[in-house]
Every structure is written in structure tokens, then in C-alpha cells.
Design a protein around this ligand. Structure first.
Ligand SMILES: NC(=O)c1ccc[n+]([C@@H]2O[C@H](COP(=O)([O-])OP(=O)(O)OC[C@H]3O[C@@H](n4cnc5c(N)ncnc54)[C@H](OP(=O)(O)O)[C@@H]3O)[C@@H](O)[C@H]2O)c1
Length: 293
């Protein structure tokens, strides 16, 4: 099997590269990871040349611009990277007969009237931000291929940059004795990239049997303030986080108030991710040990 991975240097791409090497059924797959250092995903000719040369059986498309406020300020960037980029990948998959696994987001939902147990795969998207809109567009483009799987996930952590990783930021603030300011009235499932990547390796090993849309997150749901309280209770002397309402944060665009995803479909396939508290504990330990995996 030949797997082509976009966004290979990103938070999820890095974890997926490691998980594929560890999973018994994907360990011997030939993996070609590309990042923005290789080419801009919006460059159709560059995508064509790179994918056509590799002739993948499966493409996992994680590359995206995922900083929500940036895209409110610059919708053209959203169009270029998150929509034209997906179009280029879909066209490359169609030319090469490749299966596409597209990574999407809980931000496709409005989070206003969340069903008990969380949004299911066939609930109607209603994005509240330019970012969410581009992820819905990406899903629709991916669905043009018969052999595609859209994986929606939420609130990723497991990275190396405090500015992009809320859990790492909470740990950093606590260790420096600084007070984290954290939203206490917005909810979803914080999801560890290591756990998401293992689930993706499981789904990839299952092959063409799984198509359409699937939700993959850690179990449970929380506000970032609850995550902060959980972590600081485990760090002696760490200051208690300050609760900030979503409406006072000053975000651009809209945010879903509760975008928790229902993961029953994944469970029925035979895989469940651990609870977010377990995931946060493991990530915290890896940070303390200087090993980010
Ligand atoms: N982060 C979350 O909370 C979250 C939640 C739900 C879904 N998702 C989705 O999960 C996927 C992975 O997200 P992530 O958190 O791992 O993001 P990330 O760390 O920012 O990784 C995205 C990767 O895409 C690359 N990229 C950005 N613009 C590009 C371009 N024009 N051409 C080629 N590559 C480009 C980035 O490169 P540089 O870093 O060098 O710019 C980065 O390596 C995304 O599709 C995102 O929408 C994320």
C-alpha cells in the first residue's frame, strides 16, 4: 500500500506518521509525507506533479489553515488553502484512482441545539465561521469521490507550540505560575492527536469497507476551563484558571457553543478512544518527560 499524507509536519500529520509506523497492519506501507515546505497545496500543478509521481492507493489530506480568526480576516486565504487545496487533492485522487481520507471539524456544526449524546454524522452542518464553511466545502468536494472517508474531529492537542495548543498552553502557564484565561461556556471533546492518529491507522487498515463520514474524538466533553481546572488540580501550587465567557473573548466570526460529536459509528466498528482526561494525563506526562508522544 502506498499512502500519501498532506500536512505531514502539522500536529496531526506528525502523530499519524508515527501511528502508521506502529500499527501492525500499516507498518510496512510506503508513506510519502508532504508539507508546505514541499509546495503550496493550492498550487494545482505542484499537487498534480507530486501525487501523480507517487501514484498512491490512499491519500490522507490533513493540510489546512486551521486558525479560525485568520480566515475571518482573510477569506481569500480560506478559499485558496482549504477549498482550492481540497479540490486539487480530489482531482489528483480521481486521476490516480486513490481513496481519499479527508480531515474535517466539529466547527461544521452551529452548536446551538446540540442533540443529546452529540452530533451524529448525518446531522445537518450549519457553520458559523469562514473556517467551518471551508470544512463543509471540503467535505462536499471529498464526497465527489466514490471512495472517500471524511473524518470529523475536535479540539486537537498534542503539539509543540503553546500558541496553537490549548492544553500545552495550560501546562505552560501552570508551570510558570501564570493564570490561564479559559472559556467556560463553550464545549466539545478535547482530542489527543496520538489517539486520533491510532484510530485513523485502524480505519486505514480496514480499507474500503468504511466510507462516508465518521466522527473520531476522545470520549467526554468539556469546556477549556474545565480542562484547565482538571490539569491545575494535578500541578501543586499552580494558580486556578480564570473563567471567561465566550462572548467576552473577542473571537472573530461565530463559534459553536456545544459541538460535541457522537462517536457511536466508530464504536460499532470496534474502536473507542479513551476519555479526554486520560488523554490529557498522558500528554501531560509526555511533556514533563520531554517526550511529546
Ligand atoms: N486543530 C484543531 O483543533 C482541529 C480540530 C478539528 C479538525 N482539525 C483539522 O485537522 C487537520 C489537521 O489540523 P492540525 O491541528 O494538525 O493543523 P496544523 O498543525 O496547522 O497542520 C496543518 C498542516 O497543513 C499545512 N499547511 C497549511 N497551509 C498549507 C498550504 N498552503 N500548503 C501546504 N500545506 C499547508 C501546515 O503547514 P505549516 O504549519 O508549515 O503552515 C501544517 O503542517 C486540519 O484539516 C484541520 O482543519 C483541526
Amino acid at each position: 500500500m502506498r499512502l500519501y499524507l498532506t500536512g505531514a509536519d502539522g500536529m496531526l500529520g506528525t502523530a499519524l506518521t508515527a501511528a502508521l509506523a506502529e500499527h501492525p497492519e500499516t507498518a510496512d506501507w510506503e508513506v510519502r509525507g508532504v508539507s508546505v515546505r514541499d509546495f503550496d497545496i493550492a498550487d494545482a500543478a505542484a499537487v498534480r506533479a507530486s501525487v501523480d509521481a507517487f501514484k498512491p492507493d490512499v491519500v490522507v489530506h490533513t493540510a489546512a489553515h486551521a486558525i479560525v480568526d485568520d480566515l475571518e480576516l482573510d477569506p481569500k486565504l480560506a478559499l485558496r488553502v482549504n477549498i482550492a487545496g481540497v479540490r486539487n487533492i480530489v482531482e489528483a485522487c480521481a486521476r490516480n484512482g486513490s481513496r481519499l481520507v479527508y480531515i474535517s471539524s466539529d466547527y461544521v456544526f452551529d452548536g446551538k441545539d446540540t442533540p443529546p449524546g452529540g452530533y451524529r454524522e448525518d446531522d445537518l452542518p450549519n457553520p458559523q465561521s469562514v473556517y467551518g464553511l471551508t470544512k463543509v466545502a471540503g467535505e462536499r468536494l471529498a464526497a465527489l469521490l466514490d471512495d472517500h472517508l471524511t473524518v470529523r474531529t475536535s479540539w486537537l492537542f498534542g503539539g509543540v507550540d503553546e500558541r496553537l495548543d490549548q492544553v500545552l498552553s495550560i501546562i505552560g502557564h501552570a508551570r510558570r505560575g501564570e493564570v490561564s484565561r479559559l472559556i467556560d461556556d463553550q464545549f466539545s471533546a478535547p482530542t489527543y492527536t496520538v489517539d486520533l492518529a491510532r484510530a485513523l491507522a485502524f480505519l486505514l487498515a480496514r480499507g474500503e469497507g468504511v466510507t462516508g463520514t465518521i466522527h473520531v474524538t476522545n470520549q467526554g466533553s468539556a469546556s477549556w476551563h474545565q480542562v484547565g481546572e482538571y490539569l491545575t488540580a494535578r500541578l501543586p501550587g499552580a494558580p486556578t484558571p480564570k473563567a471567561v465567557p465566550l462572548a467576552e473573548w473577542g473571537f472573530l466570526g461565530g463559534r459553536p457553543v456545544d459541538s460535541t460529536l457522537n462517536t457511536d459509528r466508530l464504536r460499532e466498528l470496534g474502536w473507542t478512544l479513551p476519555h479526554w482526561q486520560d488523554a490529557v494525563d498522558r500528554f501531560h506526562r509526555s511533556v514533563l518527560q520531554g517526550d511529546r508522544r
